[in-house]
Write a new protein. Sequence first.
Lengths: 146, 146
Amino acid sequence: MCRHCDYKELLKASGLESNSNRIRVMEIVGNSSYPLSAQEISDTIDRTASINRVTVYRILDLLVEKGLLDRISAGDRSFRYGMAPNAHHRHHPHFYCRQCSAMECLSPESVHLDTAFLERTFPGAIEKVEVRLDGICKNCLQKLLK
Amino acid sequence: MCRHCDYKELLKASGLESNSNRIRVMEIVGNSSYPLSAQEISDTIDRTASINRVTVYRILDLLVEKGLLDRISAGDRSFRYGMAPNAHHRHHPHFYCRQCSAMECLSPESVHLDTAFLERTFPGAIEKVEVRLDGICKNCLQKLLK
DNA sequence: CGGCAATATGCAACCGAATTGCATGAATGT
DNA sequence: ACATTCATGCAATTCGGTTGCATATTGCCG
Ligand SMILES: [Mn+2]
Ligand SMILES: [Mn+2]
Ligand SMILES: [Zn+2]
Ligand SMILES: [Zn+2]
């Protein structure tokens, strides 16, 4: 999906050693057209050389902390992971289907969000803005109608 | 906090019997200046006549389903509950402090969000839009600096 | 009122996603 | 080679929240 990203380079740029597990996780997330759960990432990894579930969680934590990945709230109690905004990936909103729990990335232009005023006046430190739309996805809508 | 809301009336209007437990939950949520966790609601209830934890969860589920309350994703794995948008409560964004896990309601005008285009063109059904800002709250910022 | 169905509540057990503790394995530096 | 640091695996645990099922309360009809 993303042929712009040199994951090894991205890791280096964030001051992280780039081992094969980290690169694998970055690739899987970067290649996905929608944000992935830790479970989905782990399952994908298991199709080649498997990494322990806990290690995957720890790698995800690390990559989020270093700002390479975004941890995204789904409408349920789980998290999804996607590329953090960078030169090649603009910040964008997501859609969550409460029927099938699938998430979709929406285009950066799909909604207009202006936080400039708040950023200037809010007394705390704003680090991230998350916009999530909830509802029923196209697929589930069709199934429900018949 | 909200002297506009007749909770008994709101329940009735949504086709729900209004018993004391439901009214109690509505009051607690409606009187709060920030969205509350089920735990916080339960703790508040326990200061008077206590209701079983599970019953609180079930009442919350019901009120969310009927559109009286909003279930809001915090930045962690828990939910918060606030009044759903209605005649007296405009839809508004929230702030989540990753340090102390506190949430704040932001004013409806604080950010400008335009989803009109998406609402027209999105192939699924959009039922809800959530805007959450994450960071460090004013309080925690001060503590960190000294 | 009595009888009975429908709802609401309580309690214990359970669940899934994520986290922790601790032992072991790899990598790095001297 | 050896010590130090960092990465990984495995088992056990935590945390919000949910389910199953028994009991209580309510609403409704005669
Ligand atoms: Mn995305
Ligand atoms: Mn609010
Ligand atoms: Zn769906
Ligand atoms: Zn805080």
